[in-house]
Ligand binder design. Structure first.
Ligand code: NAD
Length: 392
């Protein structure tokens, strides 16, 4: 099939590469000229295991193209994915301006029937809005599909190639048939394609992120109680994780969740539930617990060391999770800012996110290399003076 993917971020680039890998002709469009130029040179703008090789292979076999030319790509494609960002407005709601702008551009370029697929995470009702925007701009027939993405950064290629399930929100049989055909190669091993209405598909994505965030905040509270009563949270985690009704993933306590999805998605869900007269109380607490967890950690450091002034703190892990270079909403950022605010010196290391961290912090922190010896070489005379914080 001929596919256009608008937006070459973490989702769009992985989506485009994986669809090309299964034999489709894919045009990836981005408005960011520098990014498109970089991708054409074979340089990845992000780090994801396996992505670079897959992009290189499919480009050399001429199944994958990077361009800024949205109209040409839309005219050539039968299916057009929207995979642009949906950042957070100040009131917590999702900013749909990129999604709706792209929908308008697609409508202007249409030259016949197209399936327009929303891959971005969007509040319930967005498929209806996208349909209205397109209908206003074109007389050509089209279908709008909601196809939320569940990949995990750090394992995005693997997750896309072998999904647990594919969720498709559709309103008509023609679009359903095309989407089933497109995903057939990814679901051959038995993963279900779950077809539903668009509203349910849109809500499924928020519900998935919300329950994962809830588990993290819940475990952080169990960890805090463990400390208060003298229990070992790791033993508690193992005990409850071995119960099949509970399962062992997302039970690790830490300094709070971050990343480009959980914080914004739970706020968006709270907001659109509220806009529809539902007070989502559990999620409000999940968010509050998460914010408190970050502050709590600094308080613990101060309780242990007294003043942090002049003390060297090593921060190990800067991205919001391992195997990614993404530092959007990473807990390491407020943590380091607080350490700097307390006049501590920060030496930091991350195997992937060093370049991104350098852009964020500049010379305010020292970024060090991969080994312990390089940590020592980087100027700290006594290793015992380095206090280590694992922030991923
Ligand atoms: P991103 O910010 O990494 O990438 C978005 C890309 O879209 C950027 O390259 C930007 O230049 C491009 N773009 C914006 N407006 C455009 C336009 N008008 N025309 C062409 N390109 C345009 O975002 P992301 O992390 O890939 O997330 C995309 C969406 O997928 C979001 O809604 C996000 O919530 C959702 N999502 C993300 C993940 C994840 O792990 N990152 C997982 C599942 C779902």
């Amino acid at each position: 099939m001929k596919i256009a993917v608008v937006g070459t971020g973490y989702v769009g680039l992985v989506l485009g590469a994986c669809l090309a890998e299964t034999g489709n002709d894919v045009m990836c469009i981005d408005k960011d000229e520098a990014k498109v130029r970089q991708l054409r040179r074979g340089v990845m703008p992000i780090y994801e295991p396996g992505l670079e090789e897959m992009v290189r292979r499919n480009r050399s076999e001429r199944r994958l193209e990077f361009t800024r030319d949205l109209p040409r790509s839309v005219r050539a494609a039968s299916i057009v994915f929207i995979a642009v960002g949906t950042p957070q407005h100040e009131d917590g709601s999702a900013d749909l301006s990129h999604v709706l702008a792209v929908a308008r551009e697609i409508a202007h370029a249409m030259n016949g029937y197209k399936v327009i697929v929303d891959k971005s995470t969007v509040p319930v009702g967005t498929a209806v809005r996208v349909r209205e925007v397109i209908r206003q701009e074109t007389r050509h027939p089209f279908s709008v599909v909601s196809n939320p993405e569940f990949l995990k950064q750090g394992a995005a290629v693997e997750d896309f190639l072998k999904p647990d399930r594919v969720v498709i929100g559709v309103e008509d049989g023609k679009a359903e048939a095309l989407m089933r055909e497109l995903y057939a190669s990814f679901t051959r091993t038995g993963a279900p394609i779950m077809v539903m209405d668009c509203a349910s598909a849109e809500l499924s994505k928020y519900a998935a992120n919300a329950i994962l965030a809830t588990r993290i905040s819940f475990m952080n509270e169990i960890a805090n109680v463990s400390e208060a009563v003298g229990a070992n949270v790791d033993q508690v985690r193992r005990a409850i994780g071995s119960d099949r009704r509970i399962g062992s993933s997302f039970l690790f306590p830490g300094i709070g969740f971050g990343g480009s999805c959980f914080p914004k998605d739970i706020k968006a869900l709270i907001k659109f539930a509220g806009d529809n007269h539902y007070d989502f109380q559990i999620l409000k607490s999940v968010d509050r617990v998460n914010e408190a967890q970050k502050v709590r950690f600094i308080a613990k450091l101060e309780a242990h060391f007294g003043s942090l002034k002049g003390r060297t703190i090593a921060v190990w892990g800067l991205a919001f999770k391992p195997r990614t270079d993404d530092m959007r909403e990473a807990p390491a950022i407020p943590l380091i800012n607080r350490l700097l605010g307390a006049k501590a010196k920060v030496r930091a290391f991350d195997p992937q996110a060093g370049r991104v961290a350098a852009r964020i912090f500049g010379k305010k922190i020292t970024l060090v290399g991969k080994t312990r010896s390089s940590l020592r070489r980087s100027g700290t005379s006594s290793a015992s003076r380095i206090s280590t914080v694992c922030a991923s």
